[in-house]
Design a protein around this ligand. Structure first.
Ligand code: GCU
Length: 432
């Protein structure tokens, strides 16, 4: 039988253990519409001082700059000023994609000095084009060599996320060639007359939390010294910065019409494409594929992934001020519909997947819905029609006749040929 002192301690041990369990127990992810908290969204058309915005000039001059600043201060962080760039062509292949495209690899240097760090752009331009073409510009997750199987595409020497069988730890290998081809419809993009430009996102800034000792965070550190630490840029802002510098290069490139570049991204890179388009008005169109929390999804719904969870798992994505809203979305001065509104009046397309509840498809749609008044104030038709629907359309039924497009695709978290087909239809109407 148990010694007497153990018996005496038992209640104490029990209480301690249950307290420990409560503290450790992860909050359940909410997937129940009935448990979405009551929330009220900040009004994109009301300034912080309570002034109603009722015309395009007031939006452009007062509210838009104010909102942009709030997102810089409290969500993504403030990026350094654009640095000057230079570039070097690394390779050219005039008969890529069965002779349909010219493929180039171009290193864009951030800075003009000899030792400035570079990022490698992979560029496809249709050979059938007789004048500068519109382009899709997007970051990729695993390296440019994963976009299509051509063995001539260079393999990044930088850190990559580990992937079973196709990486060597955190190093890219030839085994991954073409493994992301299903996400990049290169041939159909070319067939439809568009250029495609992609960059490996880890080439800009590696996606792990190391206190920003690598990538352009480290390279441009001196340029953010004057920014208060809590609002210094996170990784999403640095990837967006890389997209803007790629656009700087495209402005000098004769094959591509830089006034007609759609920025596109999937998932964390969809959060990035939204922030790129919000912070850089030169992007003519913006596409967010399954971007979820910190992207298109309304944070205040706290459905699927929440601010607390994303900050815990990816502490380097946002600025440190964003930590304040862990479990307290309501006190955040902005919500994600205002990120979409920052893109107005430029066409924006938000897509969800039915099997991607983590990203909150309904919350992604509602961002579009609540950005609609800003789009209309600026003279566009927003989501289309006289009165936008306040519920997402049925699956596989794109709502894309307006300036804000949306679809819910059947299937899992992914970027597919179906998604691309909708984006190209949308681009045909807005960029051609
Ligand atoms: C995780 C993360 C998401 C992100 C996704 C991705 O699931 O929680 O916020 O969008 O990774 O980038 O694939």
């Amino acid at each position: 039988s148990m010694p007497r002192y153990t018996l005496l301690l038992l209640p104490l041990i029990a209480v301690t253990l249950s307290g420990f369990a409560a503290a450790q127990k992860p909050r359940a992810v909410n997937y129940d519409e009935l448990k979405v908290p009551d929330y009220s969204l900040p009004d994109p058309l009301l300034t912080e001082a309570g002034v109603r915005i009722s015309d395009a000039t007031a939006w452009r001059e007062a509210r838009r700059p104010e909102l942009l600043k709030l997102f810089q201060q409290f969500v993504y962080g403030t990026a350094p000023q654009p640095c000057p760039i230079r570039h070097e062509v690394v390779s050219t292949k005039t008969d890529a994609i069965d002779g349909k495209a010219t493929r180039r690899e171009v290193d864009v240097f951030f800075g003009t000095s000899d030792d400035a760090p570079s990022r490698r752009l992979l560029i496809y331009v249709p050979n059938a084009a007789s004048k500068p073409v519109a382009a899709f510009l997007g970051l990729n997750f695993q390296g440019n060599h994963t976009i299509e199987s051509d063995p001539a595409i260079s393999i990044t020497p930088k850190w990559v996320r580990k992937r079973k069988d196709v990486t060597d730890g955190n190093r890219a290998t030839a085994k991954a060639r073409g493994t992301s081809a299903s996400r990049w419809s290169v041939e159909s993009i070319i067939d439809r007359g568009y250029a495609l430009v992609t960059i490996y996102y880890g080439d800009i800034d590696p996606d792990f939390d190391d206190g920003f000792k690598n990538g352009i965070h480290a390279a441009l550190q001196a340029n953010v010294d004057s920014v208060p630490p809590d609002q210094r840029w996170g990784s999403i802002a640095s990837w967006a910065y890389g997209l803007s510098r790629a656009l700087d290069f495209l402005e000098t490139d004769e094959a591509i019409d830089s006034a007609r570049v759609a920025v596109i991204g999937h998932s964390r890179l969809g959060k990035t494409s939204l922030w790129a388009g919000a912070s850089d008005p030169r992007f003519a169109m913006d596409i967010s594929n399954n971007s979820g929390c910190g992207g298109a999804a309304l944070s205040r719904r706290a459905f699927g992934e929440t601010i607390r969870v994303i900050n815990k798992n990816f502490p380097h994505w946002f600025c440190d001020n964003y930590l304040q809203y862990n479990g307290d979305e309501a006190s955040c001065p902005v919500d994600q519909h205002e990120l979409v509104a920052l893109i107005a009046p430029r066409p924006v397309y938000i897509a969800s997947a039915s099997g991607d509840r983590w990203a909150d498809p309904k919350g992604e749609f509602l961002s579009a819905y609540h950005a609609d008044p800003v789009y209309r104030l600026l003279g566009t038709d927003g989501l289309g029609g006289n009165q936008p629907p306040d519920l997402p359309p049925p699956a596989d039924t794109p709502l894309s006749d307006g300036t804000i497009g949306y679809h819910l695709r059947t299937g899992k978290h992914d970027l597919t040929a179906y998604d691309w087909a909708q984006y190209m239809n949308f681009a045909d109407r807005h960029l051609k």
